[in-house]
Design a protein. Structure first.
Length: 352
């Protein structure tokens, strides 16, 4: 995001260099091996953008924001085998002005990334195929509940994250001034949560999330514990994504709502919990709906997912009006760019 604001600047070239991307992949693998609650999608976004930049430099093609947007979209698509979600993420999060030329570039990059991922890992559904459906009566009750609860909790995560790592935060400045102490304290918290949960809070949260989606149930404390582990891991400054951990946290909170509805629909209630919380954190409802419908093969649940995500987006904005990725990106922007953006905002013009 920061690099796309100045695609030809020196600082931007460093952010999306192959050296930075490969380093981030190595550090993310280390985080996962150490029990950190991180996902792989954040680093793959940066790696996808770095590969696109490297190819354009080799071919001596002019660098534009669309190149970085397309690379990032390809990273999301490859991480979950969800090509449509990659396109949606590019529209909602990476690009403010979405032009036709960028659309073609994004779809081409996503297609290549998707085919490559399927060639290496097969044509799989990330969380497995889900069947069944929800009655209108259940949707009317479950969607607002999941949207409001998930959105509020997601907004609280964003507020906490910006307080611990966001630009302009006094607490964040103190933590960044003592990186080793911060990493140590956060590491102890993550380790204690991992030990007390039998390792369930470590990593992406894929296994417990899939179990809950399949109706096998889960522990009542999983959602809050994964929430705390993800926050502590992210606050440490270690490399890794929050997409997958956020889906896992949402599944945990969805599991708490499942007893309120018919037992045979528990997996779909968990799915709505994932949509509400994920949207509350990322504030990208279209991406949330598409990534969940593709990752579970549940196109039949797309309308309840849309209702939940839209309500979750509203509820999240009530708790925290700032969008997480946009705020964190400010740390990587030169002061001149920030001043220009703030000037436009005061005049009522779009900042990007």
């Amino acid at each position: 995001m920061a690099a796309s604001r100045q695609p030809r600047g020196r600082a931007s070239r460093a952010l999306v260099s192959m050296r930075s991307a490969v380093g981030k992949i190595v550090l993310t693998l280390g985080a996962l091996a150490g029990g950190g609650a991180v996902g792989r999608e954040g680093p793959t976004v940066q790696l996808g953008a770095a590969i696109m930049v490297a190819v354009h430099r080799i071919l001596r093609v002019p660098m534009t924001p669309g190149v970085l947007i397309a690379g990032g979209a390809a990273g999301v698509a490859a991480a979950f085998n969800t090509p449509l979600a990659g396109i949606a993420f590019a529209i909602e999060e990476l690009a403010v002005a979405y032009e036709q030329r960028v659309a073609v570039l994004v779809m081409g990059a996503v297609m290549i990334a998707g085919l490559t991922a399927q060639g290496l890992a097969g044509n799989y559904v990330y969380f497995g195929q889900m069947g069944g459906g929800l009655s209108i009566g259940t949707v009317v009750l479950a969607a607002p509940l999941a949207g409001i609860v998930g959105g509020v909790l997601g907004g609280l995560f964003t507020r906490a994250m910006l307080a611990l790592r966001g630009p302009g935060s006094a607490l964040a400045a103190k933590l960044k001034a003592r990186p080793l102490l911060t990493a140590f304290v956060c590491g102890v918290i993550v380790a204690l949560l991992g030990l007390s949960s039998g390792g369930l809070t470590a990593g992406t949260g894929y296994e417990p999330t899939r179990a809950m989606l399949e109706g096998e149930g889960g522990f009542w404390w999983y959602g809050p514990a994964k929430f705390a582990a993800t926050l502590a891991t992210s606050a440490s400054g270690i490399a890794g994504g929050i997409f997958a951990p956020s889906l896992a946290v949402g599944a945990g909170f969805g599991e708490l709502m499942a007893p309120l509805f018919p037992t045979e629909r528990a997996g779909l209630i968990v799915l709505l919990g994932m949509a509400g919380y994920f949207t509350g954190v990322v504030r990208a409802p279209l991406t949330a709906v598409i990534i969940l419908s593709e990752a579970t093969g549940s196109s039949h649940a797309i309308l309840p997912l849309f209702a939940t995500a839209l309500i979750g987006d509203w509820a999240g904005s009530m708790v925290c009006r700032k969008r997480l990725y946009h705020e964190l990106a400010r740390d990587f922007l030169p002061r001149s760019v920030l001043s220009k953006a703030e000037g436009k905002t005061k005049r009522g013009e779009p900042a990007a």
